[in-house]
Write a protein that binds this ligand. Structure first.
Ligand code: IPD
Ligand code: CA
Ligand code: CA
Length: 276
């Protein structure tokens, strides 16, 4: 099978799996949910996370029973010697979803021999399907997309997020959020890392950074952003590491400026947690 045929087939299966997961998100949308706390305060899990993951895994297993899978709710599945690793977040933006805020997605990425190859992010509440495969470009609802042309921080609109350990660590991104809010036209907090990356890919936002993330929050969106012409790295502009938990992702034009601003953020304020 040539590259084009193989990558298209992998992308097609990722799209089918995202649709299957998205159907679950859609069918439970607006209904009373059974919500539990997974670990830290605010780290929620619903029956939707688990049901969506089950549907996604069924689709991938039906087409590629030999491939390995890393899924948020199930962990590692399959043989460790496969060169194919599907990386899945069945519901990215659980907090939003549980509150009825329609910014949540199914996120499905694929690594082949460790290289990001395919990404699909689907927000069924907004009917937005973002997808990409290496060399084939990125699309939103099958229409090609590209990053914005904003070339300085003062004109930029950014997005970030805060990990569930934010009350326990000093490096919780609060200082960076304030500093970048000061330097730009604004910093949004989307609540779904996958969609944050897609919104940069589609030119709605100019840059994104976050810490404390997992591979399933990032992989699909990384492929989509790269194929849309964006740039990803570590905060200090060295090579991105999917397992490091940190990402700096931009339209490319503001990359070095945003990297410098993150590294030069003044860390003076400390919040104490009071009950009101
Ligand atoms: C979370 C979202 C959020 C990010 C958190 C993630 P979840 O994923 O991507 O935007 O700030 O760090 O854990 O828990 O909704 O799958
Ligand atoms: Ca997630
Ligand atoms: Ca999740």
């Amino acid at each position: 099978m040539n590259y084009q045929t193989e990558i298209s087939k992998l992308l097609d299966v990722a799209l089918l799996a995202a649709q299957a997961g998205g159907n679950v998100l859609q069918s439970y949308w607006g209904r009373q949910l059974n919500i539990r706390q997974k670990g830290r305060a605010g780290d929620l899990i619903t029956e939707v996370d688990q049901k969506a993951e089950k549907e996604i895994l069924t689709v991938i297993d039906r087409h590629f029973p030999d491939h390995s899978i890393l899924a948020e709710e199930s962990g590692i599945l399959g043989t460790s010697d496969s060169e194919y690793l599907w990386v899945i977040d069945p519901l990215d933006g659980t907090t939003n979803y549980a509150h009825g805020y329609p910014q949540a997605s199914v996120s499905i990425g694929l690594l082949v021999s460790g290289i990001p190859k395919v990404g699909v992010v689907y927000n069924p509440m907004h009917n937005e399907l973002w997808s990409a495969a290496q060399g084939l470009g990125a699309t939103l609802n099958h229409i090609p997309i590209k990053v914005s042309t904003t070339d300085n921080l003062a004109d930029s609109l950014l997005v970030t997020g805060f990990a569930y350990d934010r009350r326990e660590v000093e490096d919780n991104n609060y200082a960076e959020f304030c500093y970048l809010t000061h330097l730009t036209q604004g910093v949004r907090r989307g609540g779904s890392a996958s969609l944050d990356l897609c919104h940069v890919a589609g030119g709605r936002l100019d840059g994104y950074w976050e810490r404390g993330l997992k591979p399933w929050d990032l992989l699909a969106g990384v492929v989509i952003l790269q194929e849309a012409g964006g740039q990803i790295s570590a905060y200090n502009d060295t090579q991105f590491d999917l397992y490091s938990g940190r990402i700096l992702a931009t339209n490319g034009h503001i990359h070095s400026a945003l990297s410098k601003a993150l590294l030069n953020t003044p860390h003076s304020s400390k919040f104490s947690f009071l009950e009101y």
